[in-house]
Design a binder for this molecule. Sequence first.
Ligand code: G3P
Length: 217
Amino acid sequence: MKLFADTANLNKIREVAELGVLDGVTTNPSLMAKEGIKGAEEIKRRYIDICNLVDGDVSAEVFATDFEGMIREGKILSSLHENIVVKIPCTKDGIRAVKYFYDNGVRTNCTLVFSAGQALLAAKAGATYLSPFVGRLDDISGDGIELIAQIAEIYDKYDYETEVLAASVRHTMHIVQCMDAGADVATCPPELILALLNHPLTDSGLARFTTDAQKMT
Ligand code: G3P
């Protein structure tokens, strides 16, 4: 399973990228706003900076909600760097835009997905990635991981090439459950990727090895 960092923060991306295990980055308007980015030029600059930090796909989301606006913004975003994937909401206009970009050789990430029916339309339109939101489904007493498993099985059964990119990942168990459920990618807050390393037996074991190693020097 590929691991993407779900952030627009350059320091956090750099910290995870240094591990050598980062496969890409996803952003959304909320994550961009959180960084205090303002105006079209700063937005473009940030995407280019992110692309220069990570050797993998970087999702850049359109702000427009109408078809023409999504196409206009998506063309600008995809021209910024070859690793940019245009992120488009799973709406009527969004599915049209995904299909338009598929026909024109531009890769897309269809986002804000909460059902297998939406996943079907996105795959048929030719989305490169599909982003079901695990945590937000759990928030309303749904089962985000079950949705990942259901979509992964359907895509497998029908040989759809769209990759299942689990989003809205909230804790490390979600990451492990995404692997079990057959997600192609999990996009996670960077601190969760680092938290995968945490284990008290690793810490105590290392402390003992270090003490014993010192006896031999
Ligand atoms: O990738 C989507 C993600 O950023 C949303 O996460 O925690 O706001 O539901 P959250």
